[in-house]
Ligand binder design. Structure first.
Ligand SMILES: Cc1cc2nc3c(=O)[nH]c(=O)nc-3n(C[C@H](O)[C@H](O)[C@H](O)COP(=O)(O)OP(=O)(O)OC[C@H]3O[C@@H](n4cnc5c(N)ncnc54)[C@H](O)[C@@H]3O)c2cc1C
Length: 404
């Protein structure tokens, strides 16, 4: 294993400067304000500007709408986007999960134009997995799809379909054989969300993120939008699920975040920086600078140690560690700074323009979406520690395709 730093070539350094300058141009203050107001993790102006250069999915070949970036160049792009605001790019990450399955399983004549629209930033895909009855055990999906000739009729509802309101398609788990064992009776369908019979209802979460309930009432979808074989949906889901949960993936030659939770923890990192700056200016009741106060120094030092563990723990442990670290330390930072930590964005006196207040709200949802930390703990018990298989409803879902 080579732990050496990546040396950027002159060409890559020039590209890095070009990307940084371009992102500074398109990430204008109204982009952040728009995200704050909508919580959609999406901005059409930013996506289309990136898409026009092939930079939304830059690792794709030029003929597929990408820029043919090398792994190093792709990593440069990711890191430069993070320097701006990763929140706006959430739907880029979400879309990338089903895009690979669409490319692999659908007829290229149907898939290619769809994927090109995604690469251009004009189309987005969301994940229609969870249902009102449960999100951990997605193989238990009940949304029904019935085939009649070339058409499917879809009925039912999906819960927590984040991005449905701005997406062109949803990557939908449907129940196509209710008699078969649950993993053998599901089929993936890419449903155009403009279809008649689709109703999208907003849910605004505590963290400010917008998600949705989506109702499907006699929605008609052509069979060409089926992704993979009929009743073979579980096989199709392996790739997107494993990628979402960072299970069994190669690490792209080290050019990727070590932990699936690194992105979550960045919110904490930003908050710690802001609290450190605040401590340089704020004074205690006796006029002493808080940066000199041993309790402030110890608390920030302890948060920093946790943060490092949160961004560097691999596999399913990283998912749990990042969320635990974030929940615990976002609260600790609020305790440390006192009431100013409750002031939100665009409020006079807030720390880092509301960073602390946001981190605390954001932290709570991280224990749930993408699979709950409880489910991940059972995965660790079984697959890392070799404990017997848990007899719980969601036990199989995050291990799609993984045989012990
Ligand atoms: C903000 C947000 C965005 C989301 N975005 C999406 C999205 O875009 N698409 C999508 O499909 N879903 C999305 N989800 C849904 C998310 O994946 C589910 O909420 C999650 O998987 C848990 O499902 P559930 O809420 O239905 O809880 P349930 O599955 O009903 O679980 C209830 C409780 O039982 C526990 N539990 C269940 N099974 C096990 C087990 N095997 N071992 C131990 N404990 C277990 C859970 O931890 C939980 O505490 C989102 C959720 C949120 C909050």
């Amino acid at each position: 294993m080579d732990f050496g730093l990546v040396e950027l070539s002159a060409e890559d350094r020039a590209l890095q400067s070009e990307i940084r300058a371009f992102l500074a141009e398109i990430f204008t203050p109204d982009v952040f304000q728009h995200e704050h107001e909508t919580g959609s993790g999406f901005n059409p102006k930013v996506y289309e500007a990136l898409g026009a250069r092939g930079w939304l999915y830059p690792e794709l070949p030029v003929e597929q709408g990408g820029a043919g970036f090398t792994p190093v160049q792709k990593r440069i792009m990711e890191l430069e986007l993070i320097r701006q605001d990763a929140r706006v790019m959430m739907m880029q990450g979400t879309s990338s999960l089903p895009m690979a399955a669409v490319r692999k399983y659908m007829d290229p004549a149907v898939a290619d134009p769809i994927l090109k629209e995604c690469a251009a930033g004009r189309a987005v895909m969301c994940l229609g997995y969870s249902e009102p009855d449960g999100g951990s055990d997605i193989a238990n999906a009940k949304v029904r799809a019935v085939q009649d000739g070339d058409m499917w009729t879809i009925n039912g509802s999906k819960m927590w379909t984040t991005g449905a309101h701005i997406s062109t398609y949803t990557f939908l788990i449907t129940r196509t054989d209710p008699e078969a064992p649950k993993h053998k009776g599901i089929t993936m369908i890419l449903v155009p969300l403009k279809s008649e019979g689709v109703t999208i209802q907003a849910i605004r979460t505590f963290s400010g993120e917008r998600t949705n309930i989506v109702y499907y009432e006699d929605v008609q979808v052509h069979d060409s939008m089926r992704v993979g074989g009929v009743n073979n949906g579980w096989t199709v889901l392996h790739g997107p699920l494993d990628e979402e949960h960072s299970i069994g993936l190669d690490m792209n030659g080290g050019l990727t975040d070590v932990s699936v939770g690194t992105g979550m923890c960045r919110v904490l990192g930003a908050s710690m920086n802001e609290v450190a700056s605040w401590a340089h200016k704020a004074t205690g009741s006796k006029g002493q600078l808080l940066a000199d106060d041993i309790r402030v120094r110890e608390s920030l030092g302890a948060a920093m140690v946790d943060y490092e563990a949160g961004i560097s723990t691999p596999g399913p442990m990283g998912r749990v560690k990042a969320s635990d670290v974030l929940v615990k330390n976002a609260a600790a930072l609020q305790d440390l700074v006192g009431t100013v930590g409750l002031l939100p964005m665009n409020t006079e006196g807030s720390i880092g323009n509301g960073d602390i207040e946001y981190a605390h709200r954001f932290a709570q949802g991280t224990a749930t979406y993408g699979g709950t930390v409880e489910v991940f703990r059972t995965i660790i018990a079984q697959h890392v520690l070799g404990l017997p298989k848990a007899q719980l409803p969601g036990a199989k879902v995050f291990l799609a395709g993984k045989k012990k």
